[in-house]
Design a protein around this ligand. Structure first.
Ligand code: ZN
Length: 330
């Protein structure tokens, strides 16, 4: 039994469960290329300010996150750490998506309104991709688990905006939330804006049919983030037939070990390449693909990715696909 491309592209199942996609720095690296520093590359960007702080604080050997967290815990270097935080913000604030399509465009266009993309990245790329594709189709909810330099919101209303825009509900000027820097004692509940996004994501995870973790390493300083995600994911009623999907360039064994608790009944999908992932191969129909494979035991023809160097062509392709969904924009 085969579910053909044409069948898959037709009107999707109404009220299907959400697909939750979690992004880490590896997703940005895959999308933008090697120019983009990951967390471990930040010391190079921070230069002498970071070197001087290391000399003064004498932290034990470790990666950037562990080191930053250790210095914060030490308590004597608040001024220097504030300066480092400002350097990081300034660095990310000026980054811009290239004009051609990136994996970020495929991600936001490849999911539907019922789905959510949540990023741990501070960079502005998810927001920029959302903005430039928002008139193409109904896009997924997007959330910022550690804040983002491009995201602003209203303290009273759950609005997705950028700094200096107005809240459509109360007309106040939207403010940027703070970024959450590496800290093993992070408490997301302490910050009302961050905790609002955490609640939105964990609520979706509790009902999700599929979880994709793309380029997120789940570092030791994020132990509580991993726990929040896992606790919510374990509650989904779809548990017996769902999979967790890891998209990461690391080897399979490392990923299996790192994410074993997230694989329900050992159901894992591990892909090194975004283009082979569920969103890459079954854009806007990941729920229909999963249902056909896991419940009905069908073979499913892939409908994506539609590879092009033209953002306009990509948007046109997605506009046509979304038109078959029979949902109106707005
Ligand atoms: Zn408001």
């Amino acid at each position: 039994m085969i579910l053909t491309k044409e069948q898959l592209k037709s009107k999707p199942v109404a009220r299907s469960r959400p697909h939750v996609v979690i992004l880490g720095a590896g997703a940005t690296k895959a999308a933008i290329g090697n120019d983009m520093p990951l967390m471990e590359d930040l010391p190079k960007i921070l230069g002498t300010d970071w070197k001087e702080l290391l000399q003064e604080a004498q932290p034990p050997q470790g990666n950037f996150e562990d080191t930053f967290s250790w210095i914060r815990k030490n308590g004597n270097f608040e001024l220097q750490l504030s300066k480092i935080e400002r350097l990081i913000e300034n660095y990310f604030q000026v980054l811009k998506l290239p004009d051609h399509p990136t994996i970020y465009d495929y991600l936001v266009l490849g999911l539907r309104r019922k789905d959510v993309i949540a990023t741990f990245n501070w960079d502005p790329f998810l927001m920029q991709a959302y903005r430039r594709n928002s008139n193409v189709a109904e896009l997924p909810d997007i959330r910022f688990l550690h804040g983002s330099v491009a995201f602003a919101t209203c303290t009273e209303h759950d609005v997705l905006g950028t700094p200096l825009e107005k809240c459509p509900e109360c007309n106040c000027t939207l403010g940027r939330g703070r970024l959450i820097f590496p800290d093993e004692d992070k408490n997301y509940a302490k910050d009302s804006i961050i905790s609002r996004d955490w609640i939105a994501v964990t609520e979706k995870l509790q009902k999700a049919f599929h979880l994709t973790i793309f380029g997120y390493s789940g570092p030791a300083t994020d132990w509580n983030a991993r726990k929040l995600l896992l606790d919510a994911w374990k509650q989904t009623p779809a548990h017996d037939f769902c999979h967790a999907e890891i998209v990461d360039i690391k080897d399979k064994e490392t990923l299996d070990n790192a994410w074993i608790e997230f694989f329900p009944l050992s159901h894992s999908i591990i892909e090194q390449d975004f283009w082979n992932s569920s969103v890459g191969r079954y854009p806007r129909r990941t729920a229909e693909w999963k249902h056909a494979v896991s419940i009905n035991g069908k073979i499913v023809e892939s409908t994506g990715p539609f590879l092009t160097k033209s953002l306009i062509d990509l948007q046109e392709w997605f506009r046509e696909l979304a038109a078959l969904e029979g949902e109106t924009m707005g």
